[in-house]
Design a protein around this ligand. Structure first.
Ligand SMILES: [Ca+2]
Ligand SMILES: [Ca+2]
Length: 319
């Protein structure tokens, strides 16, 4: 996802509202934009520089749509805050970056859907719901009903798995995100949306999930849960995507001599081969950057393939 620094942000042609520079007559700091009525669409704006958050919902403001904005660099507090009984608002497809507090803070109100945004590099949580815990049946109440969040258990190159515990017999939508860096809190933000899946809990309120795709080793996965009433949770724990392959592989004889076997040797970056393949073996080497076949030199053992061996090489990285 783009917009990883200020220079990139500044190139975007939008209506730029740089708030916070003008205090109230009494000298109090101001949010950049205040939403205090219902059924508005806020779209295509750059909203930044707020000394009391950037986009500030108050006075029961509900049923508003906030989409396709850049909401960045609040000087104090949050990118977006739903402050006073703000219900059924939708926040989607925004870039919410570099704010001094949370990306989105839900302080009061329910049914607020926060999906498919790029939320990253905020000083506090990506989505902050105070005192949010995964209580066993999710019977706690408060902002967005303190919706329970998913727990990611594993993240591989093609599969993310996890568990969910909450209300019984309900269907929820899980949204997955990748992140360049893990949030220091251990709970994710959501830099790049990856897609969604749905789960239905059983009588005990538990469910497990699997989400398949192509994920990059070294990135960090997070997820949110949104219930049927559009209460979105905070972000889950972050989980690093791990690869079953080493970055580089060095093959030598006799340790890596392959005789008559069908095998795959793979590395995420490179393979250097000085081993022998023989006896009708079927050997595949896979790496992303290069596969170097180093021949025998000066009487030292090097790469040899003979006696009917089949030997494909694939520059496709680790699969
Ligand atoms: Ca709850
Ligand atoms: Ca809860």
């Amino acid at each position: 996802m783009a917009f990883r620094n200020q220079t990139q942000l500044a190139k975007v042609a939008l209506i730029d509202i740089n708030g916070g520079t003008t205090p109230t007559p009494s000298g109090n700091p101001m949010p950049t934009m205040i939403v205090n009525s219902n059924n508005n669409t806020i779209q295509g704006l750059r909203i930044r520089g707020g000394k009391y958050s950037n986009l500030f919902f108050q006075n029961n403001a509900s049923n508003n749509l906030v989409r396709c904005n850049i909401i960045n660099n609040s000087i104090n507090f949050n990118g977006v805050i739903l402050f006073s009984n703000n219900n059924n608002n939708t926040i989607q497809e925004n870039y919410i970056f570099f704010n001094s507090g949370a990306g989105v803070r839900i302080f009061s109100g329910t049914g607020n859907k926060i999906r498919n945004n790029s939320i990253a590099y905020n000083s506090s949580s990506g989505i902050l719901i105070d005192a949010n815990i995964n209580d066993n049946n999710d019977s706690d109440t408060g902002p967005n009903n303190k919706q329970n969040f998913p727990v990611i258990v594993s993240a591989g190159l093609n599969e993310i798995t996890g568990t969910f515990q909450g209300a019984s017999n309900v269907t929820l939508t899980l949204d997955f995100y990748s992140n360049t860096a893990a949030d220091p809190s251990g709970f994710g933000e959501g830099e790049t949306p990856l897609g969604s899946t749905t789960i239905t809990t059983g009588g005990s309120g538990s469910a497990s999930f699997t989400f398949n795709g192509t994920f990059v080793a070294g990135t960090f996965i997070s997820a949110t849960a949104t219930d049927a009433d559009n209460n979105t949770s905070q972000f889950s724990n972050v989980m690093a995507v791990t690869s079953p392959c080493p970055p580089a592989l060095s093959l030598v004889s006799p340790a890596d001599y392959i005789n008559g076997a069908t095998v795959i040797r793979q590395a995420t970056a490179s393979i250097t081969a000085k081993n022998k393949i023989t006896g009708n073996a079927n050997v595949t080497y896979r790496a992303a950057n290069f596969i170097l076949l180093a021949p025998e030199t000066g009487g030292n053992a090097g790469f040899v393939v003979n006696n009917g061996a089949v030997f494909p090489t694939q520059l496709i990285g680790c699969q």
